[in-house]
Design a protein around this ligand. Structure first.
Ligand code: NAD
Ligand code: ZN
Length: 250
């Protein structure tokens, strides 16, 4: 569906593969494009699901959106949960899963890296995961969600506020502990593999600049160029599931 790197990119691909093979502290930084070929739509791609295509994710995934229409937001998350629960890791996830010694920073709220073989302790979910709810009043209550059959809007059993998904909404702070671990990882890494992110959501996208400023080489894999790339970065245009296996075997 997406073009693999063309012949004139092969030298670049081989050079990038050498960098991947020789990296001592490799880190990946991924976004929704990593899971696109597993059937999970990105926010920016056209959503095939007509029911949700008329809504703006940036409005639904926010405290204002939840205040305005909590049922709608929960229904949207529950649809995403069922899609994520049914999805299988693609070749990009399993390629990363087969490598040891990597730290994976992801903006994705699915757990397909883990399903693809990455140890959960090596995945830093900057934006949380879909499999938990917590109290919107921050009373401290949280509960696991049955992803295949999630329930509708529920009240907190402790304080009666609404429960909400344990993901980071637009305008909210990232979990401090996870962000600090990610910061540490990009400050130490010698290679940052940036896969399938538009690199527009801050502060997550700022991690790419921090890695570069600390001397890491940046390899970007995306089906199109992204604004965060610099001339010294390696940019491989193509789908994650096509390019990653080539990058790790050449
Ligand atoms: P984004 O939607 O802003 O950008 C996706 C990027 O992936 C684009 O640059 C696009 O060109 C690229 N892309 C699409 N398909 C690709 C493919 N097959 N191979 C390689 N690249 C591909 O997503 P983002 O940068 O992750 O940021 C937006 C927010 O979206 C994040 O906060 C994230 O939590 C949320 N989100 C997550 C999921 C998920 O968990 N799978 C899905 C949708 C949105
Ligand atoms: Zn509560």
């Amino acid at each position: 569906m997406f073009p693999a790197p063309q012949l004139n990119d092969m030298t670049e691909l081989v050079a990038a593969a050498k960098k991947v093979a020789s990296a001592r502290h490799p880190v990946s930084f991924s976004g929704a494009g990593l899971s696109a070929e597993s059937g999970i739509a990105t926010f920016r791609d056209k959503n095939d699901n007509a029911l949700w295509s008329k809504f703006n994710p940036a409005e639904l995934a926010s405290q204002d959106g939840f205040k305005a229409n909590p049922e709608l937001v929960i229904d949207w998350y529950n649809a995403r949960r069922q899609t994520a629960a049914a999805a299988q890791p693609n070749a990009a996830h399993t390629t990363l899963g087969a490598r040891k010694g990597w730290i994976h920073i992801t903006q994705n709220v699915d757990t397909l890296l883990e399903a693809g073989g990455v140890s959960p302790e090596n995945v830093l979910h900057l934006h949380g995961t879909l499999d938990e709810d917590h109290c919107n009043n921050q009373c401290g209550y949280s509960s696991k969600v049955n992803m295949l059959a999630p329930e509708g809007l529920k009240h907190c059993p402790r304080c009666d506020a609404y429960l909400r998904p344990s993901v980071v909404w637009f305008g909210e702070q990232l979990p401090e502990n996870v962000f600090n671990q990610a910061l540490h990882a990009v400050q130490q890494c010698d290679l940052l593999l940036v896969v399938g992110t538009s690199a527009q959501v801050m502060p997550a996208a700022g991690l790419i600049d921090i890695a570069r400023e600390n001397g890491a080489h940046i390899i970007v894999v995306n089906k199109e160029n992204t604004p965060k790339t610099h001339s010294e970065d390696t940019v491989l245009i193509g789908s994650a599931a096509t390019v990653l296996p080539q990058l790790f075997t050449s």
